[in-house]
Ligand binder design. Structure first.
Ligand SMILES: Cc1cc2nc3c(=O)[nH]c(=O)nc-3n(C[C@H](O)[C@H](O)[C@H](O)COP(=O)(O)OP(=O)(O)OC[C@H]3O[C@@H](n4cnc5c(N)ncnc54)[C@H](O)[C@@H]3O)c2cc1C
Length: 467
């Protein structure tokens, strides 16, 4: 029998009224928070875990994708905040050199150093942070997101920011105010993956292995019935510490082939346990069958299963598969990418690469249609069969989110790369000036959707005066 429990009416203490509250400290939220702080705004970031990194760190996705071109000779073409973040990780010994990934390249990184680098950003840029703080619901008043109810260590609390950035990856803010979202292709999402680390690998031997031979061995071992290895097209990346690898090998579906949905607790619970089972089986397979793994052991999985796709905000425009594959260019683009479309389906994995070209990402592709919150999230292409693309790339996430946090025109230097723009978002003094302008606009209650910061308050009244 379904019953409803009626909560007694609650009076919740307001604990903060920042200029900007960023919900979620993944790559997107961190970039947006730093960008907004560099504009001189008072920024509070809330994050349900005790660290930043989201799917990149908690989900152990483990490599920076999207910085490089795609073709015969991939080189770094995306810089901006992602480039800066990469450089700071490198200074701390947290990244490997770029490794080939099909027609492009990616950069494996260390998840602990990701967390440390993020901590350093929060401290040096003056972003306030509340870890272990979970957004429960967002509330609108006067056509804008006015209050966030959060569960922090002390209990339920309220935050009343002027601007809210939804970087939850699950469109939590937009969803709870009743904004429009979609879920995969007709409700079918891409498959989760439990990523795991394997230690004590003979790295020299591993680095000489042909990935196609490993895949053939996986297929053979799966067929033998000795192991549970549903995914044959697997990724194994060397880690910067020189003796571990990161294994993106599992594919999680229910026994009937349907795909767990990352915003349902029962589905997530199944995915976590099935993910651990598969991780164990793949690790046993590696140890028994693959050269260089004889003395290896499974170190750990991510803190949570990797969820590729949940809610997408219905935005004013969307990046489609056709846009990616036709390398579509858009005037005033926030950034661009050469990262391929990756489709992780229930039975197959398809990757569609670009050849010596890039597609643009426009600022209003992140602007929710008809609701007062801007959502920065795992942006993906339209999911029409081939689905989830490029912006999946952590590098692109950080690049794009950061550009949205910053005044866009000040954020980019336009130079040329093979006849195209090359974006370079080194912080500039004007950004701070622009931040002051944003404050002025907020104060005079003229701040609108879009605009230079790509920010999110609907043409509505600013609730309070800024200092
Ligand atoms: C299996 C898998 C493999 C991947 N491999 C790669 C790869 O190799 N390279 C790459 O570049 N990208 C990879 N990606 C994609 C990459 O992880 C994402 O693009 C990136 O994490 C998206 O960043 P985000 O900040 O938008 O979202 P997320 O990383 O999901 O961050 C959202 C944050 O919001 C927090 N949050 C959510 N809800 C709440 C709430 N209610 N209250 C408070 N906080 C909340 C979460 O804890 C999280 O920290 C992979 C993704 C998956 C799932």
């Amino acid at each position: 029998m379904i019953q409803n429990f009626q909560l007694p009416s609650l009076s919740i203490p307001v604990i903060a009224s920042p200029d900007v509250c960023v919900v979620g400290g993944g790559a997107a939220g961190l970039g947006a928070a730093v960008g907004a702080a560099r504009c001189g705004l008072d920024v509070l970031l809330i994050e349900k875990y005790g660290f930043c990194g989201g799917a990149t760190v908690a989900g152990l996705s483990g490599t920076i994708c999207g910085l490089h071109s795609s073709g015969d000779h991939p080189t770094q073409i995306v810089f901006g905040f992602a480039g800066e973040f990469h450089a700071r990780m490198k200074d701390r010994g947290g990244v490997c050199g770029a490794v080939p990934f099909g027609r492009t390249m990616l950069i494996p990184h260390d998840s602990f150093i990701w967390k440390e680098t993020a901590d350093a950003y929060l401290n040096t840029e003056g972003v306030k942070v509340l870890f272990h703080t979970n957004l429960i619901s967002a509330h609108e008043r006067g056509g804008r997101v006015d209050t966030l109810v959060v569960r922090c260590a002390e209990g339920l609390r309220a935050i009343r920011p002027t601007i809210v950035i939804d970087a939850s990856g699950d469109a939590e803010v937009v969803h709870t105010i009743g904004g429009s979202t979609t879920m995969g292709k007709d409700g079918v999402v891409q498959t989760p993956t439990m990523i795991f680390r394997v230690g004590n690998v003979e790295m020299k031997t591993f680095l000489k292995l042909d990935p196609r031979k490993i895949e053939a061995l996986v297929a053979e071992a799966d067929k033998s019935g000795e192991y549970h290895l549903p995914r044959h097209h697997v990724y194994i990346f060397p880690m910067p510490n020189g003796n571990e690898v990161l294994c993106n090998m599992t594919r999680i579906t229910f026994p009937d082939g349907s795909v767990p949905v990352g915003v349902r607790s029962a589905d997530l619970s199944f995915a976590e346990m099935e993910g651990r089972k598969q991780a164990r089986s793949y690790a046993q397979f590696l140890k028994a069958k693959v050269a260089g793994f004889q003395n290896s052991y499974i170190v750990d999985t991510g803190a949570q299963v990797g969820i590729r796709q949940t809610r997408s905000v219905v935005c004013q425009q969307r990046l489609t598969n056709a846009d990616v594959l036709s390398a579509r260019k858009v005037p005033g683009a926030a950034t661009f990418s050469a990262w391929p479309i990756e489709y992780h389906g229930a039975v197959d994995l398809k990757i569609s690469y670009l050849e010596n070209d890039t597609y643009d990402i426009a600022p209003d592709w992140k602007q929710p249609a008809g609701c007062g919150a801007l959502s920065f999230r795992r942006t993906r292409s339209d999911g029409l069969g081939a689905g989830y693309c490029t912006m999946l790339g952590d590098g692109i996430c950080r690049r794009c989110r950061h550009s949205a946090g910053l005044a866009r025109e000040n954020d980019h230097t336009t130079t040329h790369w093979n006849g195209r723009r090359k974006l370079d978002a080194r912080p500039r003094p004007q950004n701070r000036q622009r931040g002051l302008d944003v404050k002025k606009q907020l104060r005079t209650r003229q701040y609108a959707v879009g605009g230079a910061t790509g920010a999110m308050v609907r043409h509505g009244n600013s609730r309070r005066r800024l200092p």
